[in-house]
Design a protein around this ligand. Structure first.
Ligand code: DOR
Ligand code: ZN
Length: 327
């Protein structure tokens, strides 16, 4: 089966040698990806946006990186400057995940900035967790999402990497409240993470949840609803850091083969989830690309640089080939 222009709406590629190792796994098969700003120092200014984009394009120029900026209190002038160079602003509640210590404490703090985002038609992307107990963090954040969707009807809000049935329900309730879903939240539950021996390669934030949450996300994605888009949240960490507790799953190498298994012949919905919904929601421009999913067994590498990909060493029934690239 042929897929047109796969787009990853949520991707971490880091910097330096790590970027060089991990980016090809996305850039060779995807037309475009939304690149997360939680690097060090974070992407908070036009200068950082331009430097980061240059680093990415110097590594891979057959791919369209769409950059997010770490949300802060921005002035109208700063927003006007940033607007032509970015895709969205990313909101991390303070300290909630990897490199998110310059986040915002209370959402009301940034209401004036959110007014500007709505006015300038810049999407707001949100890591929606509170500091409640781990399994409740995202469920508790649902009320913030609803309040924002109602308070800012002209602002497009993206609930990133949704992991619970509550947010699966919320994802189809408002036209301005969209959602990304990862591969790992579709395939794994907390039992896979720690029901038997702990598997550090399945540890991420938001953590994978109950089997019932996974089922609800699966139904949502298989509905093909326009609000629902693929965002991998592929987030590589060196193996030694995974054993120090780093949260993040490196899924980029297995995304398309594993989603082909998940969709099990429903290629129309696969195409919508991996591309069409995102393109239509945001009028995206991207590097055209066609990839073919073939029934050809493939073994996931055990290590890529210093990183262990999810499902390392496993034999997968599908592999992916680039058919052609149109100029
Ligand atoms: O598991 C995660 N890893 N969740 C995030 O929100 C950040 C990411 C990372 O950057 O490692
Ligand atoms: Zn992320």
């Amino acid at each position: 089966m042929i897929l047109h222009n796969p787009i990853d709406m949520h991707l971490h590629i880091r910097q330096g040698t790590m970027l060089q190792k991990v980016l090809p796994w996305s850039a060779d098969y995807f037309s475009s990806a939304v690149i997360m700003p939680n690097i060090t120092p974070p992407v908070t200014s036009l200068q950082r946006v331009q430097e980061y984009k240059q680093e990415i394009l110097a590594c891979k120029d057959n791919f369209t990186p769409l950059l997010d900026v770490f949300l802060q209190k921005f002035t109208k002038e700063e927003i006007e400057q940033l607007k032509p160079h970015i895709f969205a602003m990313k909101f991390y509640p303070d300290g909630i995940t990897t490199n998110s210590n310059s986040g915002i404490n209370g959402i009301e703090e940034i209401y004036p900035t959110l007014e500007l985002l709505a006015q300038y038609n810049i999407p707001l992307s949100i890591h929606g967790e509170t500091n409640a107990s781990v399994l409740e963090r995202e469920r508790e954040f649902a009320k913030v999402y609803e309040k924002l969707a109602q308070d800012f009807p002209n602002l497009t809000i993206i609930m990133e990497h949704i992991s619970t049935k509550e947010l699966a329900n919320l994802a189809t309730k408002y036209d301005n409240l969209l959602a990304t879903v990862t591969l790992h939240h579709l395939l794994l539950s907390i039992d896979d993470l720690c029901g038997g021996a702990l598997n550090v390669h399945y540890f991420c934030k938001p953590t994978v949840k109950l089997a019932s949450d996974k089922e609800a996300l699966g139904e949502l994605v298989k509905s093909g609803h326009k609000n629902v888009m693929f965002g991998s949240d592929s987030a590589p960490h060196p193996l030694k850091n995974k054993f120090k507790g780093a949260a993040g799953i490196f899924s980029a190498p297995v995304i398309l083969p594993k989603l082909a298994e998940f969709f099990d012949g429903d290629w129309d919905t696969f195409q919508k989830f991996i591309s069409t919904n995102a393109i239509e929601n945001f009028n995206l421009e991207f590097t055209p690309k066609k990839v073919e999913i073939v029934e050809d067994e493939w073994v996931v590498p055990r290590m890529i640089g210093e990183v262990v990909p999810i499902f390392a060493g496993e034999r997968l029934p599908f592999s992916v080939k680039v058919v052609d690239e149109i100029d």
